[in-house]
Structures are given as C-alpha cells and as structure tokens.
Design a protein around this ligand. Structure first.
Ligand SMILES: Cc1cc2nc3c(=O)[nH]c(=O)nc-3n(C[C@H](O)[C@H](O)[C@H](O)COP(=O)(O)OP(=O)(O)OC[C@H]3O[C@@H](n4cnc5c(N)ncnc54)[C@H](O)[C@@H]3O)c2cc1C
Length: 418
C-alpha cells in the first residue's frame, strides 16, 4: 500500500515510521528543509500521560477572565476578525462542563498512556536517543486552592489507575532538590512518577533517520498546494509544479491541516494556539531540575535536558501569528529565575514561539474521513509529543486493517458531526 503523509512534524514522522514498519511504502511531504521545524521544534519536553487533560475544564471560563487581567497570566486573546476564532472559543467553552471534561480526559489519558508504552517499546527496539529521562513530572502549587484542585485531580487519576503522589511542601525537595529554597512559598505538589521527558525535535530527527533507513521517502522543501478529488477520493496531491498520484493520504500538517482539509470540504476544528519557550544553557547542574517541574500558578513547565533547561508555556488565541512578544519571554525568564535562580545563563537563552494545533475538546483527530482514502492524524494541541507514538501506531493499525490495541472511535472526526 502506498501512503503519502503531509507534514514532517513529530506526528507525521511517527506515522511514517509505524506505517513503513507495517509494510507500507511511505512518502512524506514537508515544506521545510528538515523535520520538526514548526510546532515540534522547541516544545516544553513533557511526555506526560499523567497530565493529559483538556484545557477546557470546569472553572476555566472564570479563571480565564482573571488570567486576561494579569501581567504574567498564561492566557491572551487577540481578536483577529476571523469568525472561526469565535466559533472555536465557543466550542471550547461548551466543553468546560464537568461531564465534558470527564469524557475528554477519559479519551486523552488512554491514548497518552498507550503512547508512552509505544515509546518505551520503540526505545527498546531501536535505542533511539533524544535526551530523554524517566523521572516523572512534578506539578507545584503556590496556593491552597491549587492544592485542593490537585487533590481532585488525584481522585480522577486514582479512578483511571494512573500512578501519582500528593506531596506536602516539606517533601518537594526530596524529588527536586534544587527547589529546597522555595519551601516557604510552596504549599504542595502532585507528582506523576511514570511521566517522561525529552527533546521532541531530537526525537523527530532521529526517528526520521530510522524511518529513512526502513525505506520511507522524505521530500523536503515541497509545499502541498491542494488535494485533487475524483469520485469521492483523493486522486492526486498537488504540489507547486507536480501532481503525485494518491493511494492513501494522511493529513498530519499541524495547524495547516484545517486549510488543507477545507479544500476538500472538511471543517477541521483545529485552531493555532500560540505558545512560547526559552532554552537556557545550564551552568550549574545541581541547581537545575532533574525532570519536569510544572508551575501551576503560571502554567509554565521547566524541563531538564542534558545540558539545557527548556521553559515553556502560555496560550495566545491570536490566529496564525508567530511574532515573539518580549513580555511573554520576560514571564518565562521570571519564573525560571524564581524557581531555579542559579541553574543557567538566562542572558544566553534562545527564544521560540509555536502554534499548537488544538481542537476545542483537547482530543486529537485520528482516523478516517468521509473522503475514502484521506486520513487524519492532527489536532494534538498541548500534547502532541506525549501522544505521537500512540497516535501513529493507532492510525497505522487502522489503515492497514489490523485490530487496534486501544479503542479508536473516540478520536474520529465524526464526533464533530462529520
Ligand atoms: C510552547 C509549547 C509547549 C508544548 N509543550 C508540549 C509538551 O511539553 N508535551 C507535549 O506532548 N506537547 C507539547 N506541545 C505540543 C506539541 O509540540 C504539538 O502538539 C506537536 O508538536 C504537534 O506536532 P505536529 O506534527 O502535529 O505539528 P508540526 O510539528 O507543526 O508539524 C506539521 C508539519 O507539517 C508541515 N506542513 C504543513 N502544511 C504543509 C503543506 N501544505 N505542505 C508541506 N508541509 C506542510 C509543516 O511545515 C510542519 O513541519 C507544546 C506546544 C507548544 C507550542
């Protein structure tokens, strides 16, 4: 079976690897000259099934109002005049009920856990390296109200059988010794010991090489301009000056998936939610975190790579706009300096922004479409690195007609009435 994949981010490259391994003949089309140059380039590095939850949660509408007023708040909304922006936000707000939150979390956690297990298997089979660590994540609370919410999350995690630990302030330094100086300012933490970390960009590049050695063809520097339909199927993929004959096609184009889908009548609810990161060279390893620390007050994650500290977060609902706002970078530096003041050289930090391809319910779109041979693997939003291997294996099983190892129905576009 011949498969064309549009996009060489972590999702497209993982899909290519699993499909080629399943016996398909895969070609990946990518606009950039290398893999993982868009959203998969410098994310926060968490592989965090324990933290897999939709952003649309009960209480968020009220919190969002507060965040919008705060100088260092995690959320910004800039109206763009695009009606899709309002439709998407309205759909997201409609997912902020207790029932919708539980339903969406129940979809996200099994996929994220499956994905982490697939990643473990991949590591064992290939020895792939990406500055990974398996030391868990630690969500730290500065306010009692946050700790209370952490307790509620812990109850949900217990129901789902996800390992976790609630820590009081005195126990935090046992897990992250470099946080000892924060003891008086923290009230507790939620630890997810089975979460992992790693550099998504390194992983995607290494996996692309492995996929290449299995026979995947990567065509870089090519722009997919459209999909040609014939008798209800994609007959060709249109490049600038060439048409490629299509047998099966996967849309893994991150935030551009919506535009490409539109060309063939699909209304994919994937909005670009902007985030930021800085990458700081570590000068004092003892003063740096050992794994990921998630600061609940600012919704900022700080992840340890070998010699670097990645600090990422923020959500801007502001359209397809990738300018770097110095105020957001200042917030990231402020939090890094507060938690790990002597870990690294902030003056030498590199700055980055990326657009999360996000659905209103936080769950990705994986599976068939009403167009016979067009498949989706997109909309992974805040958790594309966490969910990449599982999503790719699930889709590979669906396309090749294998029995899937987790239920697939909840990830389809049909949940949006298509
Ligand atoms: C600040 C920030 C922090 C994050 N932190 C985490 C985290 O800690 N853990 C986690 O799990 N996730 C995290 N994420 C989310 C994660 O990075 C994304 O979900 C993931 O990278 C999406 O991967 P993708 O392959 O779908 O998209 P992308 O990486 O954007 O890849 C899509 C590719 O398609 C290509 N493309 C698009 N259109 C075309 C076209 N027409 N022709 C040719 N090529 C095309 C693009 O060039 C691009 O390379 C974070 C995101 C941000 C912004």
């Amino acid at each position: 079976m011949r498969v064309i994949i549009i996009g060489a981010g972590v999702i497209g490259v993982s899909s290519a690897y699993y499909l080629q391994r399943a016996g398909c003949q895969v070609t990946v089309l990518e606009h950039h000259p290398a893999p993982a140059q868009e959203t998969s380039f410098a994310n926060a590095g968490q592989i965090s099934p324990g933290y897999a939850a939709p952003w649309a949660a009960p209480g968020i509408p009220l919190k969002a109002m507060k965040w919008l007023m705060q100088e260092h708040g995690p959320l910004r909304v800039r109206p763009t005049g695009d009606p899709f922006q309002w439709q998407w936000m309205a759909q997201m707000l409609s997912n902020c009920t207790i029932e919708a939150y539980a339903r969406n979390k129940n979809r996200m956690v099994p996929l994220a856990e499956y994905s982490r297990d697939q990643l473990k298997l991949l590591r064992a089979q290939t020895g792939i390296e990406y500055e990974g660590r398996t030391l868990g994540t630690l969500q730290i609370f500065r306010q009692l109200k946050q700790l209370e919410n952490g307790r509620r999350d812990a109850e949900l995690l217990a129901q789902m059988g996800v390992a976790h630990e609630l820590l009081d302030a005195t126990e935090i330094a046992r897990v992250e010794p470099a946080l000892a100086h924060m003891a008086a300012q923290l009230v507790g933490a939620l630890r997810l010991p089975n979460d992992e970390t790693g550099d998504c960009h390194c992983f995607t590049q290494a996996l692309a090489q492995l996929a290449s050695s299995l026979g995947v063809t990567f065509r870089y520097g090519v722009d997919v301009k459209g999909l040609v339909l014939h008798l209800g199927k994609v007959s060709h993929v249109q490049l600038a000056d060439e048409q490629l004959e299509a047998e099966q096609v996967i849309l893994a184009a991150g935030c551009t998936s919506r535009q490409l889908g539109k060309m063939v009548g699909l209304n994919l609810p994937v909005y670009p939610v902007k985030g930021y990161s800085i990458t700081v060279p570590i000068t004092n390893p003892q003063a740096a975190p050992r794994s990921t620390v998630m600061d609940e007050s600012y919704k900022i994650a700080l992840t340890r790579f070998d010699q670097r500290l990645r600090v990422g977060g923020m959500a801007e609902v502001a359209g397809y706009n990738k300018t770097i706002d110095p105020k957001r970078i200042a917030t990231l530096k402020m939090v890094a300096n507060d938690l790990f003041p002597s870990a690294g050289n902030l003056a030498q930090a590199s700055e980055w922004t990326g657009l999360r391809p996000m659905t209103p319910d936080g769950t990705p779109l994986i599976g068939a479409t009403p167009i016979g041979n067009l498949w989706l693997n997109t909309g992974h939003g805040t958790l594309g690195w966490t969910m990449a291997c599982g999503s790719a294996k699930l889709l590979a099983d669906l396309i090749t007609g294998q029995t899937t190892e987790i239920a697939s129905a909840a990830y389809g576009i049909s949940r949006y009435g298509q």
